[in-house]
Design a protein around this ligand. Sequence first.
Ligand SMILES: [Zn+2]
Length: 332
Amino acid sequence: MNLMTAAKAAYGAGKIAQDESYRNKMVGILAAIALLAVLGFLLLGMCISAVLSGMVNLSTGFKSGTASNIAKAEIPSELMPVFVNAQEKFGVSWAILAAIAKTETDFGKNIKVSSAGAIGFMQFMPATWQAYKQDGDGDGICDPSNAWDAIYSAANYLQASGFEKNPSNAIYAYNHDWGYVNTILTIASGYSATMVPTGNGIWPLPGYLNITSDFGYRPHPIKKKRLFHEGIDIGAPQGTPIVAAADGRVTMAKYYGGYGLCVQVLTKDCLNVYGHMSGFAVREGQNVRAGQVIGYVGSTGSSTAPHLHFGVYVNNSPCNPKEWLKIESGNR
Ligand SMILES: [Zn+2]
């Protein structure tokens, strides 16, 4: 190799080295751009899913979650997939469909024509069956005594009756009896820890819907003067499980004056207060999910009978829990 070739070779090597470092730089920049793009997509995705989950809470949240031990003990295992598939297809809580099946025919064990003329697995009136029947198992026949067909038809009917906006009214449409509605909601709440969600949270006392004292001014039952009641009282037997109305962090779990044994949960946008408990199922500092049992109904503090005092504070101001839950229309 002469000097010139050596120089050329060196130049060439240098050029290759330069090219390589250029390429490495470009690869680095491209990788950085790609990483930023991926991060951007992830962030966008998170925002979209946050928006979607917010929407789910407000409009299509009337689905039930995992089956409780009661559900596993009572509901024939071969029927579980039918209820869950019906929930997915029609947006109607599987637990409520199961509660109706339990109440109407004990999951098909007592199929007969009722005194009112109702037929099949879910006890449809013949005209309603004709209008809402479904071929759930896809065998080409709509058979009211077939579990798939009957459960899908019931879900179809509940959906058509506005279940998504107001489950109680839809169940009432199924059977015009508020006692029946309460029975169904009570059984359903036993089947799934995730009770029928409402506007911003879920009803904190599954199965017990009776507001014994409303939000606002009232004569105080003990102090005998008109005081502002900063929440709602819901009557229920001693020891009834109370569930968190919304996800959050337990900021208090202690005896707190007139509220007795009191749990406070700070959520993403408000403070939920649960008073007069007989016992706690959570401790301070713990994170809780909506539907999780946080304590039990009692009558501790200023209270005359077992009940739950449920308060909602937005920006430290008491807000009507019924408005926060959006149950004025009957959703609970
Ligand atoms: Zn109260």
